[in-house]
Write a protein that binds this ligand. Structure first.
Ligand SMILES: [Zn+2]
Length: 329
């Protein structure tokens, strides 16, 4: 008898059924099971999802190991995949159900600050950022091989509970592709994974827009007084429009509001001014009319007076003539 025995072959369908049962049991225990479900053959198609896969495939450390995971992720073997800060946890169905953990270092502050600085003023909104509707410049910055948001091989470590564990087994490879697919649907998870706040990319953008509008060039911070000056309004600190005491704008949710409010107020003021101008115009027009009317009336009056006077004179003259005549006769 051989000292080594092959594990008995278990058909894929049976393995899958077993995995499904285990997932169901975990779900009942309250675990938020998030399977990777891929429609068709394309694993990732968006800027973020495809960017992640392309990035990892670009490293020779991974390039010959990753392809083994493609079939696995396509056929639904990644039964669960959860992404958190610096960590990916997954369950992959192989000969048995294996637990995979991928540790990823959070983005160093220096690198994050550099990304923010380079993207400053170039990202229109959070929606544009997450949908990957970005300029070529921003795309180059965030997806930069060494200086971008995606992790370097040295920042990643893997673990799998399978017996044929190597540097990267096919289960880990499948999970890494699964992450790409997840970023297609929830790109904000990349920022969560790297431990950075995507709002900060937009915040920098909003501040830059304001400083550009005020003609202060590269001034990055605007004090609340400045904002009020720019738009000629009082910023209501109680209305979520909080501006911190040190003059820094608070997170985007708060930042957007005063900006919006300020813009609205500026618009309102502009409207009011134009209305006032219109009123002034009307007034002056009316005045001119009145003057014209008065002048005309005066003229008429004068003419009438003259006429009347002439008439009276004529009548008097006639009367006098008549009198004279009757006196003669
Ligand atoms: Zn494995």
């Amino acid at each position: 008898m051989a000292y080594f025995q092959w594990a008995p072959y278990v058909p894929v369908a049976v393995r899958r059924r077993r995995a499904m049962k285990k997932m169901e049991a975990l779900r009942k225990k309250g675990v938020d099971i998030q399977p990777v479900e891929i429609e068709g053959r394309t694993i990732a198609r968006t800027f973020w999802g495809k960017g992640w896969c392309d990035h990892l495939e670009g490293f020779s450390d991974f390039s010959n190991r990753l392809p083994r995971g493609r079939t696995y992720v396509r056929n639904g073997s990644v039964c669960h995949l959860a992404i958190g800060r610096g960590k990916i946890e997954a369950k992959v169905n192989g000969s048995a159900l294996y637990n995979v953990t991928v540790q990823i270092k959070t983005l160093p502050a220096k690198r994050w600050n550099a990304v923010k600085q380079r993207c400053s003023g170039a990202i229109g909104s959070l929606l544009e950022l997450l949908e990957g509707r970005l300029s070529d410049h921003v795309m180059d910055v965030v997806a930069h091989r060494k200086e971008g948001l995606f992790p370097l091989p040295g920042e990643m470590s893997f673990r799998c509970s399978c017996p044929d564990w190597a540097v990267m087994c096919k289960h880990v490879a499948a999970v890494l592709y699964g992450v790409g697919n997840r970023f297609d649907h929830r790109p904000e998870l990349l920022f969560e994974l790297r431990g950075v706040n995507h709002d900060e990319l937009i915040q920098t953008d909003a501040e830059a827009a304001v400083s550009a509008a005020t003609g202060r060039g590269k001034a990055k911070r605007l004090a609340s007084d400045d904002l009020a000056d720019v738009f000629g309004i009082d910023l209501d600190a109680g209305n979520g429009a909080a501006v911190q005491a040190n003059g820094n704008l608070t997170r985007r949710k708060a930042t957007k509001k005063p900006l919006k409010t300020a813009k609205k107020a500026a618009k309102k003021t502009a409207k009011k001014t134009s209305q006032q101008a219109a009123v002034r115009k009307t007034k002056s027009t009316t005045n001119a009319k009145v003057v014209k009317q008065t002048k005309a009336a005066k003229k008429v009056k004068a003419v009438k007076k003259t006429k009347a006077a002439k008439k009276t004179k004529a009548v008097k003259k006639t009367k006098a003539v008549k009198k004279k005549r009757s006196g003669r006769s």
